[in-house]
Design a protein around this ligand. Structure first.
Ligand code: API
Length: 284
């Protein structure tokens, strides 16, 4: 199976152009196999770039555990870049069909290649039942969530996929010795109050327009970045009053610019998309 390896600030996926390629097995199985960093290609998961009746292309995203997610922000930037750079649709404004509907993407093209990508991620989903979570509030803002003997205050939204944001101190950003994200991330991901599990984001506020964050992803564990997560953190910051509608998020793999627009209630995410290499994968 031919594939292309791409990443959005270090959130790396194996991409398959399903306009021309056929998967050798179910996507869930292929994702688990190709994601393995020793026995496979090595990635945070698998993203299929497919034909669409209603958009320039359709994105389907699978975590490294094989579970499918409704949305993927870093992945969407890379899909749009691939669709442009590989001449599926040679346009600098594209539409991509996702698990949460059709999203618009604008590409900054330099020397024929898309570099920076701005995505209209649509409106945040705030009804608890649609996130989904059983935590109190529509949406839950600073809702008490105790896991592993520690109480967090969780602010939860959906960007088509579920996110829980907790504000923490410096101790979550040192990775020498005990890694608190690795310790508490899976406990939050699998907490019973999240019927479809959740992506967990640990955030330190630098200023009203700037945060540093680390992510434990549903179905993939620690990743260097999470685009939908950064959008959810932008929304959580406004809901908690801790940060403004325009936000610069520093993630371990790089930076994303976010805005939750008061004008149209849409969240905009701007960041890079990088194509690293292409190859052929031989299923065992
Ligand atoms: N890395 C992706 C999010 C993947 C979300 C996935 N882990 C889920 O199950 O929702 C992003 O850049 O938005």
């Amino acid at each position: 199976m031919r594939f292309t390896k791409m990443h959005g600030i270090g959130n790396d996926y194996v991409y398959v152009n399903c306009f021309v390629e056929k998967l050798p097995a179910e996507p869930a199985i292929v994702s688990q196999a190709v994601s393995h960093r020793n026995f496979g290609i090595g990635s945070d998961g698998l993203i299929l770039i497919c034909p669409s009746e209603v958009a320039d292309a359709r994105m389907r995203m699978y975590n490294s555990d094989g579970s499918e997610s409704e949305m993927c922000g870093n992945g969407l930037r890379c899909v749009a870049k691939y669709v442009h750079d590989h001449n599926i649709a040679k346009k600098s404004s594209l539409t991509i069909e996702t698990g949460r509907g059709i999203l618009s993407v604008d590409l900054d093209v330099v020397n024929g290649k898309a570099q920076k990508v701005r995505v209209n991620m649509g409106e945040p989903i705030l009804e608890a039942a649609k996130i989904p979570t059983t935590l109190p509030g529509d949406p839950p803002v600073n809702a008490a969530l105790s896991v592993g003997g520690r109480e967090f205050l969780a602010t939860c939204v959906s960007m088509g996929n579920p996110h829980a944001t907790v504000y923490v101190g410096d101790e979550f950003f040192t990775t020498t010795g005990r890694d608190l994200v690795a310790e508490f991330g899976p406990l939050i991901e699998n907490a019973p109050v999240f019927p479809r599990r959740v992506n967990a984001h640990f955030v330190k506020v630098q200023s009203p327009n700037e945060v540093t964050m680390r992510t434990w992803e549903r179905g993939s564990g620690i990743t260097l970045a999470c685009g939908t997560g950064a959008c959810a953190v932008c929304v959580a910051g406004v809901l908690t009053g801790l940060t403004d509608r325009k936000l610069l998020a520093h993630l371990p793999g790089g930076d994303l610019e976010l805005e939750w627009s008061a004008a149209d209630n849409h969240v905009y995410m701007t960041g890079p998309a990088t194509e690293v290499f292409s190859g052929e994968w031989f299923p065992a």
